[in-house]
Design a protein around this ligand. Structure first.
Ligand code: NAP
Length: 546
């Protein structure tokens, strides 16, 4: 392994505390946060539930899992050496390669020595007298630190469907986010997939390649568009390495940190022919261009949204041979891009295979899972395997499975009744010294870009505090109000916020998540960073520091 790039001052810890900082999670956020805090000379410990690093890419080993972001725009940008050393082999990297990358990062920067694996944090309580956090692990052991950083990811608590009999099935059953570490064969098997979000789509198109018979249980179809993945040869990779500064500069300018940027024209500014040609171009181009690089009004103007929806519907009809099946695959209750667009590779063609069946469970609801398979209102299906691609208790779920308590013993669940309230998505009033990396109300998008910004902002705040011997940071009420109001205001007029999905805080399998909440910041990443930069430049007046 190459040598560590930066020299670290010797670690120190405030008297009486185990660590300066405890980080929960060793995914992309936790790894980088550890590295940055070591640079401050702080004594940092990471607790991670899994047996290895990687977070999302450690857990989501389902068949076909891969980026929908361009690989070379997704990796860490902080180390030129790392950028020059690592070769991506595909424009949209598959999960095993991404996991190898994150392991490489952990080794290169010698991160493992401060990570304790197999360590689920079950409770975290703020202690006012010592201005510290005490965390409890599943094994009952307790550890304390001045600061607590949650690096637990917005999509990391899987949810099983609330269907009667789930536990009675006698065959193989897997949730995609808890996929076994050993290879799973589908050959000759009768397999069911429940769920057709980004995960379900990737799973279905991969399983269909080798399965005996595949049955897809679809509740809500999503608008999918082609990924157009391809391999990266040596020469192309060399070219990418030379352009990294340019690539990351572009990600900094765009709305959601992707390389794709919104087209400044409105849908009906151009002639029908120009519009059709532009949509065709986007549909034929790799990645999220059709969602993130489309006309600027497709997610705010209903007519514009209908135009792109009609275009994609036509594509689905062209690709699926049976018109009745095509019709079932075309969303009727939301427009294109108002939910996360799954990118696909021959997904629609799967439905032309003779060994694939689509069951629309809005027409024939699932009544129960049986020991042999799935019973709907009109049939009983037998399966060897059921795959649950049923998503996550998103954004707030990973917080709520920890007994998180701030001042006066109030729980985070109580503080977030009716939806999260945060200061720039990083802090919660009444939870001093707790910082969230990509928590609710932060910019998400091409997520490592948002993570790097969040981590660096939190690091600067901790540096500011340690240099001044400040030991308590609690955001002021008016600052929390102002940010939460801003999150609401920037989301106004967005068609995304009128549709049920994890992005609007809805998960029908989770108690208390039946109605939409203000779960996510939907403004631009540059605007988010400008707000946070101003807070730092102003000396963190929005935070009560003492
Ligand atoms: P999801 O988008 O929430 O999809 C869950 C699916 O399960 C939906 O089709 C949902 O139907 C269905 N479902 C849930 N409960 C059900 C029930 N009781 N009965 C029947 N169907 C049920 O979750 P996801 O697909 O795991 O994706 C979550 C997010 O992870 C994505 O939006 C994306 O941000 C991220 N992701 C990224 C990548 C990538 O970068 N390539 C890949 C995968 C995931 P309804 O729609 O009707 O609720």
């Amino acid at each position: 392994m190459a040598a560590v790039e930066m020299t670290e001052p010797a670690a120190r810890t405030d008297a009486g505390l185990d660590y300066d900082v405890i980080i929960i999670g060793a995914g992309i956020s936790g790894l980088y946060q550890l590295l940055k805090l070591r640079e401050l000379g702080l004594h940092v410990k990471v607790f991670e539930t899994g047996t290895g690093v990687g977070g999302t890419w450690y857990w989501n080993r389902y068949p076909g899992a891969r980026f929908d972001s361009e690989s070379w725009s997704y990796g860490y940008s902080f180390s030129k050496e790392l950028l020059q050393e690592w070769d991506w082999t595909e424009h949209f990297s598959p999960q095993p390669e991404t996991l190898r990358y994150l392991n490489y990062v952990a080794d290169k920067f010698d991160l493992r020595r401060d990570i304790q694996f197999r360590s689920r944090v079950v409770a975290a309580h703020f202690k006012e007298t010592t201005r510290s956090w005490e965390i409890t692990l599943e094994d009952g052991s307790r550890h304390n630190a001045r600061f607590l950083i949650t690096a637990i990811g917005p999509l990391s608590t899987p949810t099983m469907p609330r269907i009667e009999g789930v536990e009675t099935f006698k065959g193989e059953a897997f949730h995609t986010a808890r996929w076994p570490h050993e290879p799973v064969s589908f050959e000759g098997k009768r397999v069911a997939v429940i769920g057709t979000g980004a995960t379900g789509v990737q799973t279905i198109q991969e399983v269909a390649k080798t399965v005996g018979h595949l049955t897809i249980f679809q509740r809500t179809p999503n608008w999918c568009a082609p990924l157009h993945n391809s391999e990266i040869d040596k020469e192309t990779m060399e070219g990418i390495k030379k352009r990294y500064d340019e690539i990351f500069a572009r990600c900094k300018e765009t709305h959601a940190c992707f390389v794709h940027t919104i087209d400044p024209r409105r849908t009906f500014d151009v002639t029908p022919e120009e519009r059709e040609a532009f949509f065709e171009h986007l549909y034929a181009s790799p990645g999220f261009g059709i969602w993130q690089g489309n006309f600027k009004d497709i997610l705010t103007d209903r007519k514009a949204n209908a135009a792109i929806s009609d275009f994609v519907a036509r594509k689905i009809r062209e690709r699926v041979k049976d018109p009745a099946v095509a019709d079932k695959l075309i969303p009727k209750n939301h427009g294109f891009g108002t939910r996360r667009v799954p990118l696909e590779t021959k997904y629609y063609e799967v439905y032309n295979q003779p060994n694939v069946k689509l069951v629309d469970i809005k027409e024939t609801p699932i009544e129960r899972i049986t020991p042999k398979g799935i019973k709907t209102s009109d049939a009983e299906y037998e399966f060897d395997m059921i795959i649950y691609a049923t998503g996550f208790d998103a954004i707030t779920g990973s917080f709520h499975r920890i007994d998180l308590r701030g001042t006066g013993g109030q729980t985070l669940k109580e503080a977030w009744t009716g939806g999260p309230k945060t200061f720039v998505g990083v802090q919660v009033e009444g939870f001093p010294n707790m910082f969230m990396v990509v928590g609710p109300h932060t910019a998400l998008g091409n997520i490592p870009r948002s993570i790097e910004y969040n981590v660096e902002w939190v690091t600067d705040l901790i540096r500011h505090m340690t240099e001044r011997k400040l030991t308590r940071a609690d955001p002021r009420s008016e600052a929390v109000e102002a940010w939460t109001e801003n999150v609401r205001a920037v989301g106004e007029g967005s068609l995304v916020n009128e549709v049920d999905s994890w992005m609007t805080g809805v998960n029908r399998n989770v108690e208390g998540k039946q109605v939409r909440t203000l779960a996510r910041y939907s403004g631009s990443a540059p605007a988010y960073r400008a707000w946070c930069d101003a807070v730092a430049a102003g000396g963190y007046k929005e935070i009560d520091l003492s």
